[in-house]
Design a protein around this ligand. Structure first.
Ligand code: ARG
Length: 255
């Protein structure tokens, strides 16, 4: 009898082990939907003591939660550098990138984008008393500019405005370069409008807009190329949330 119990216990352990291992493959199978993001981008994603998914909160987190729920899955969030999101989709580490990501042709070579859910543009943040930066071109006047590595603001400063390399500071988070403007180490920051406005308000900075140079950017959710099954589910939820006003309500709530 004792022997039988031992064998049964061993067998059970083996079963649990295999199940646990299968669960580790997250993403592909199982009851989890894995969202990759960079949670330093309020109001879309940020961390707080009591977020809607663990410590995570924001417009994107709310949307992703809805998507997961509609599929009968729990949302798991992987917080990483923005620059690493596309590679993580490609390697299957995450199922979808929900990160205020601007859909553009360059990125669409490596991922598939959902329908868009938010329209933004870049803005310039300067100190409250700054009077000599009133448009994007002014940044070319020997100004030091901060951006976040790999954000669209980075490519606009680098490729479109062609600011000299030694004038550009690339940080991992918007707040880092915002801090530098506050301390007078940098003249300006170029970042997405909703996030920029939130950061400016919190840190007493001024927002400068320039619709001539800064095009509108549309945020979309990215999945690995060819993952049409997930993409269709995402689009269905986005469609529903746009039609019933939920996205507008979220933008209102978090802004
Ligand atoms: N919209 C910009 C881009 O796509 C910035 C996105 C940053 N998102 C984030 N979760 N940190 O490059």
């Amino acid at each position: 009898m004792i022997k039988f119990k031992k064998i049964a216990a061993l067998a059970l352990t083996a079963v649990i082990g295999v199940t646990a291992l299968a669960g580790c493959g997250a993403g592909k199978m199982g009851d989890k939907l894995v969202m990759g993001t960079n949670a330093a981008f309020p109001p879309f994603e940020f961390t707080t003591s009591n977020g809607i998914v663990g410590e995570f909160d924001g417009i994107d987190v709310a949307i992703a939660k809805k998507i997961a729920e509609s599929m009968g899955k729990t949302l798991q969030i992987e917080d990483m550098e923005f620059d690493g999101l596309i590679a993580s989709l490609n390697t299957g580490k995450i199922d979808m990138a929900v990160a205020g990501m601007t859909a553009n042709p360059e990125r669409a070579k490596n991922v598939d984008f959902s329908d868009t859910y938010f329209v933004a543009s870049q803005v310039i943040l300067v100190s409250a008393d700054n009077a000599d930066i009133t448009k994007a071109e002014d940044l070319k006047n020997d100004k030091t500019v901060g951006v976040v590595l790999g954000y669209t603001g980075d490519s606009i400063i680098t490729d479109t405005l062609q600011i000299a390399e030694d004038k550009i500071t690339r940080a991992n988070r918007g707040i880092d370069v915002v801090q530098d403007v506050k301390n007078g180490k940098l003249d300006a920051v170029v970042i997405d409008s909703a996030t920029g406005k939130a950061l400016a308000e919190k840190n007493g900075l001024k927002v400068v807009e320039d619709s001539e140079v800064f095009d509108t950017e549309e945020y979309a959710i990215a999945v690995n190329k060819g993952n049409t099954e997930l993409l269709e589910k995402i689009n269905a939820i986005l469609k529903e949330m746009k039609a019933n006003g939920e996205i507008d309500a979220l933008a209102e709530k978090y802004n």
